[in-house]
Each structure stands twice: as C-alpha cells, then as structure tokens.
Ligand binder design. Structure first.
Ligand SMILES: *Cc1c(COP(=O)(O)O)cnc(C)c1O
Length: 396
C-alpha cells in the first residue's frame, strides 16, 4: 500500500494541468518578448494564466507577478519593501515566530546585512498571532508587517483580515505568505486588505518551480531579479511559460472544487484526529481546532518517541508522512514552530504530521489508524524517555 500523506510538502501535478502545459514545452516554444507573430501564443498563454490567478484572489491581472517559487515571492516582498522603505527611514519589519524559513531566513539576512530591526511576534499555544500584538509593535519606522495566512506545520489559520484592516488603518504595507492557505481557502485580497501575497503552484496540484506575488496596485517594492523587461519591468528573466500556464490552470481547477475539498478533507482530518486520540494514550494534538485549522492538517506529539523514528517505521508500512516542515527535517533541531507554541523539547521532537489531499481516501485513514498505534507502542516500550514520563505520571 502506498499512502501519501504529505500534501503540504508538495502535491502531484494534476493530469489536466500537465495536459495544458505540454504544448509550451513543444510546438509553442516562442519567447514571449519576441516581436514576430509566432511568439504571440506564448504571450497570450501567460496573460490567460495571470487572469486565472487574479480571478481566484479577486485581484486585477495587472497585480499578479509570476516568480520562480513561493520562496522567491517571499524574498521579493520582504527585501524589496525593506529596500524601498529604508530610504525614508523605515527600517523595521514585523513578522511572527512561526513563519516558513523563506520568511524567517530572509529577515535574518536583512537584520545581519542591512541592519533591519525585526520584531518576531509570539504565538499562543494553538499558534495564533494576536492582532493587539501587531498593533503594539507598529512604530513610525515600520516598513512592513508579514504574517502567514496559514501555518504549514500545525495548520493554524491566522487572523489575516483583522491584521490587514489594522495595517491599512496604520498605513503599513501588509504581506502574507499564503502558500499553504491558497490551496484550501477562499482568498479575497481586497476584502482582506492584503497588500502583498505569496503563492506557489506545486502546493496546489500545479508544477514545481513557479510561484506568484500579488502586489496591490500602487505598491512598488524594489525589484528582486534584475535583467530584462519581463513582467512589466518588475521581474526579469524569460518566463517559465509551461509552468505559468500550469499555475493558472491549477488555480482555476482548485476554485471549482474548493468547497467540496474543504468538506471532504475536514471530515477525514477530524476522523484521523479522533481515531488517534482514541487509540493512542498520551497523544497531543498540536495547533488549532475546527475551522481555524487547515482542513488537511493533522499534527501530533507522542511523548516518549522521536518523530524521525516514527517516520521510518511508517515508511516501512508504505506511509509517507513528515515531522513538520520538509525543509527542516535534515537538521536535528526541534521545529521552531512547535517551540514557539510552547512545547517542551521532548514533545517537539516527538511530533508527526499527516497532510491529506487528492491522493487520500477513507481506506487510507483506516490503514494509518490501524498501524500507527502499534508503531508508537513498540517504540515507547523501548524508550527510556517514555519510562521516565510514566514514572512522572504516577500518583498524578
Ligand atoms: C512550501 C512553502 C514555501 C516555499 O514555496 P516554494 O515554492 O517551495 O519555494 C513558502 N511558504 C510556505 C508556507 C510553504 O509551505
């Protein structure tokens, strides 16, 4: 049995998307910047994709800029806005402690190399940023607020519309990393007062290596990629036409099934959560509950066991899961997200994430519920940490 439960790390490109992309690897290879009529096909394809992405967000097509990834969109918005702002003394960035490394490492860079002051807002035990904390952190030096739409490790959905309204009132640009959220939630950049928003196609059944930045009309962060005049002179480099076409197609398909996917995923998510709580003693659900959690995210800590060990055991049973973020799984540090939620070291190390999606069916939920309790019990039986923990529980 092959059970793929890591849809947050990446998704398979859907067959319809792949089909739409194919001509742009083959006969329609023209460079969109060329003048002859043959290259018009490429230009038309890009503009169609731009409209598809804009429609999904209630944005204007002129506000969508394609990039090479979600990471690039995050880098561009932060570095470009900071560099723009610092000429008028705006050298302060507000973000949260649970952002993706594409944001956190960019902030570290801006601090180290450019002298930016960074405020990392704390989160509560479920992973929520407080709007009051954002309000209190804003000063007349604040160049930008960047708070993610939904967290990739624990699935917590942040109060983005409230933060957006606050930033608009204060006149501070507001960026949100919506790479995960855009795959599951309806986003309206106008209603939510979002100024900049990052997305990535491979997290929503599109191809890898293509992302987009929504930039509200009138905002002009400095460019990130310098070179040719592509993307209205705002993002140089010959367009990844097949990738962009795939992104647009994936985004349009997603909009048509958003409500159904939400219902199906949440039901499966809740069944998996309830089953784990019922069958595995001392299991702790990380993150928020109900509608404030991404519909496909299940994240648990099992005291007494290493998440990494569980991953290998699960892999032996054909199950692909994660300990949190794919990007940090090579380091042995516990997840910065779980630490920010206030978990103790040993709990943060014992975490396991299952993320559901189009490859998931009900029988796979049953299968995981079947094999996981045994795996956790077997590992705990060999674990000195577990023994200590049980002793500490005696008499409680
Ligand atoms: C995956 C991810 C990114 C990075 O996107 P890439 O296109 O893989 O560079 C950024 N932010 C979040 C929240 C993500 O999940």
């Amino acid at each position: 049995m092959f059970v793929y439960m890591d849809h947050t790390a990446t998704t398979p490109t859907s067959p319809e998307v792949l089909k739409a992309m194919m001509p742009y690897f083959g006969e329609n290879f023209g460079n969109p910047s060329s003048v002859y009529s043959f290259s018009r096909k490429s230009r038309v394809a890009i503009e169609r994709a731009r409209a598809q992405v804009a429609n999904a967000l209630n944005a204007d097509p002129a506000e969508i800029f394609f990039t090479s990834s979600g990471t690039e969109a995050d880098n561009w918005s932060l570095k470009g806005t900071f560099e723009k702002g610092k000429t008028s003394g705006k050298t302060h960035i507000i973000t949260s402690a649970i952002e993706h490394h594409a944001i956190l490492h960019t902030c570290e860079y801006l601090h180290k190399v450019e002298g930016a002051e960074i405020t990392y807002l704390p989160v509560d035990a479920e992973g929520f940023v407080s709007v009051d904390d954002v309000r209190n952190a804003i000063t007349d030096k604040t160049a930008l607020v960047s708070v993610m739409f939904a967290n990739n490790e624990v699935g917590t959905i942040e109060p983005v519309a409230e933060i957006g309204a606050l930033c608009r009132e204060k006149g501070v640009p507001f960026h949100t990393d919506a790479v995960q959220a855009a795959a599951h939630l309806k986003i309206d950049v106008k209603a939510m007062n979002i100024d900049m928003l990052s997305m990535s196609a491979h997290k929503m059944y599109g191809p890898k290596g293509v992302g987009a930045l929504y930039l509200r009309k009138g905002l002009r962060p400095e460019n990130f990629m310098h070179g040719g005049a592509q993307e209205k002179g705002r993002r140089a480099s010959t367009e990844n036409i097949a990738g962009i076409v795939g992104f647009g197609e994936a985004m349009e398909i997603l909009q048509g099934r958003l409500a159904d996917d939400l219902a199906v995923n949440s039901a499966r998510r809740d069944r998996l959560i309830a089953g784990i709580l019922e069958r595995i003693p001392h299991a702790k659900l990380n993150g928020a509950t109900g509608s404030h959690r991404l519909p496909n995210n299940v994240n648990f800590s099992f005291i007494g066991v290493e998440g990494e060990t569980l991953l290998l055991d699960l892999d032996m049973k054909g199950i692909s899961a994660s300990t949190g973020s794919a990007c940090s799984s090579e380091s042995l540090d516990p997840s910065h997200v779980l630490m920010a939620l206030g978990l103790k070291h040993e709990m943060a190390h014992g975490s396991l994430r299952f993320t559901l999606g189009r490859l998931t069916d009900d029988s796979q939920i049953d299968y995981v519920l079947d094999v996981l309790p045994e795996i956790v019990a077997r590992r705990r039986a060999m674990s000195p940490l577990w023994e200590d923990y049980m002793k500490s529980q005696e008499g409680k």
